[in-house]
Design a protein around this ligand. Sequence first.
Ligand code: ADP
Length: 213
Amino acid sequence: MELTKRQEAILEIVKNNGPITSEQIADKLSLTRATLRPDLAILTMSGLLEARPRVGYFYSGKSPDRIVAQKLRRVQVGKVHSHPVVVKDDTPVHDAIVGMFLEDCGTLFVVDENSFLQGVVSRKDLLRLSIGGYQDLHKLPVGVVMTRMPNVITTNTEESLWDAAKKLVAHEVDALPVVSSANTASGVRGIKVVGRLSKTNITRYFVELGESL
Ligand code: ADP
C-alpha cells in the first residue's frame, strides 16, 4: 500500500501527537479540514489510524505490511476456489488424459460410486505411465496410478487461503481438493469434493489483491 506525501505527513503528526483532532492536524499542515477528509478516511479504512468520537485520531501501531498480511490471512479458500474436475476410479488412464485437456486442468480428483474422494491424479502420474511403455492406457484404470487417501492433502472452504497455500508449498503439489464430510442416503460417511484450489487460483487472487491495494 503506497501512501501519498500528505498521508505520510498526517501519519507522522498523529504518531507524535495523538490523540489529535482533525482540526489540529489541519492546523499543523496549514490546510482545511475538508481537504484532509479523504486522506483521513483512507488512513482509517486501511487500519493505520483509529478514530474515536470526541477524542480524535490515534496511530494504530500497525505497519502497512502488517495490515496487508492480516487481510491476506482473513481470506478464506471458499472465496477463490474453482469447480472440481472429478473422475471415477475405474476411468481408463487414456480418458483421464483426454479429460485433463478438455477441462484444461492439471489435477483430477478421483471419486468412488458415492462421489466420495478416493485419490488424486496429476499430470506427472499420467506422463509416467505414458513413457513407461505401458501399452494399454485404454484399459488401465486411474485408480491404479493415483495418490490415495489418506495421503491426499485437502482443504475446506473455511480454511484461510494463507494456510492452504502453505500446504501447497510444503507438500509440493499443484492443487488441493476442497472437501466437506457428507453422508449418503443409506448413512455411509465419506468426504465429498466441493472444489479445487490450485496454484492458478492463488496467483489470480494475488493479482487482484495487487490491483485493489
Ligand atoms: P504435477 O504432476 O503436474 O507435478 P503435482 O505436483 O500436483 O503435479 O503432483 C505431484 C505428485 O503429488 C503426484 O504423484 C500427485 O498424485 C500427488 N498429488 C497431487 N496433489 C496432491 C494432493 N492434494 N495431496 C496429495 N498428493 C497429491
